[in-house]
Design a protein around this ligand. Structure first.
Ligand code: AMP
Length: 303
């Protein structure tokens, strides 16, 4: 694939709100390949990094901004999710995005909630799926629709949402979507906190508490040469020192099956954590190599 330089223009992207506007704007990009970055808005540096990565290898970048009701449970934060469209557009402009598709639910689901949906299967029932029933079916359904509507050849997703990324890869493979799925390492604040649109919910003291998640991952990865139980113990030791973080799970799992790796396991694994801090549910993860020469497989900037 050709290497495209970073955007040099700062033209405001075309904003499409309807299917017709999207069709028209997308047709104007038919001179090159199109990568898509799907978001729920409230963009931050994590999203910008996905866009920059996409810009490097693809001629055109489409960003979707859509709060998908299908992937939120009745008690989740859909109504309070931050909506910052003007700032989002500025980030898209600076990053050289060609087209922003920002539809409302009635544009994406003109017949109401779809009767036919993509099923995530058993991998959608564990970890995040256990805490958020139906979440991954709703997520995959909209990802499939947005891949079709944007007619993309590649789609960029963050490692931050590791289970989502795995399921999207599986969907494209199992259902023969002609889309290259590209992952981008988690972008973090200087102190290690994984960037998230939901971080804006955190009070200053919540934010301090939330640091235990990334600190636990770092501690676990530092013990990676010693085997799975030592990794888990090292990570857990950090979490128990922070009783204000209500931990939902801390797991060391195989990156393809999301099953706990056994004690004899050596190789790549995913150390993942989720918990509630104040009113906010946060997730984080770190790919690690377990065994000789082991450690974090993603650069973790905080010392
Ligand atoms: P969201 O708007 O939270 O649905 O995220 C949209 C995309 O950005 C998903 O592919 C996320 O995994 C990705 N993303 C969110 N936060 C980060 C981060 N801190 N680093 C890298 N990618 C991220």
């Amino acid at each position: 694939m050709t290497d495209f330089p970073s955007a040099t223009t700062t033209a405001t992207p075309v904003v499409a709100r309807t299917r017709e506007e999207l069709r028209e704007a997308r047709a104007a990009l038919d001179d090159g390949d199109v990568a898509v970055v799907m978001t729920m808005g409230a963009l931050h540096e994590g999203h910008a990094t996905l866009i920059h990565q996409a810009r490097k290898t693809h001629q055109h970048v489409v960003v979707t901004i859509f709060l998908n009701p299908l992937q939120f449970g009745p008690k989740e934060d859909l109504s309070r999710y931050p909506r910052t469209f003007d700032a989002d557009l500025e980030i898209c402009t600076a990053a050289g995005v060609d087209l922003v598709f920002a539809p409302t639910p009635d544009v994406v689901y003109p017949e109401g909630d779809p009767g036919v949906r993509v099923s995530a299967g058993p991998l959608g029932d564990v970890l995040e799926g256990q805490a958020r029933p139906g979440h991954f079916d709703g997520m995959l359904t909209v990802v499939a629709k947005l891949m079709h509507l944007s007619r993309c050849s590649a789609a960029y997703f963050g490692q931050k949402d590791a289970q989502q990324l795995l399921l999207i890869r599986r969907m494209c493979r199992d259902l023969d979507f002609p889309v290259q799925v590209v992952s981008v390492p988690t972008v973090r604040e200087p102190d290690g906190l994984a960037m998230s649109s939901r971080n804006t919910y955190l009070t200053p003291s919540d934010r301090e508490t939330a640091l235990c998640l990334s600190a636990a991952l770092r501690a676990g990865a530092a013990a990676a040469t010693e085997g799975p139980s030592v990794v888990r113990r090292a990570a857990r030791a950090v979490l128990v020192r922070e009783p204000l973080a209500l931990i939902d799970y801390l797991v060391l799992v195989h990156p393809d099956t999301l099953e706990d790796v056994p004690e004899w396991y050596r190789g790549e694994a995913l150390l993942a954590v989720a918990g509630r801090v104040g009113t906010t549910r946060l997730i984080d993860n770190l790919p690690v190599l377990v065994g000789p020469g082991g450690g974090a497989l993603e650069i973790f900037s905080h010392p």
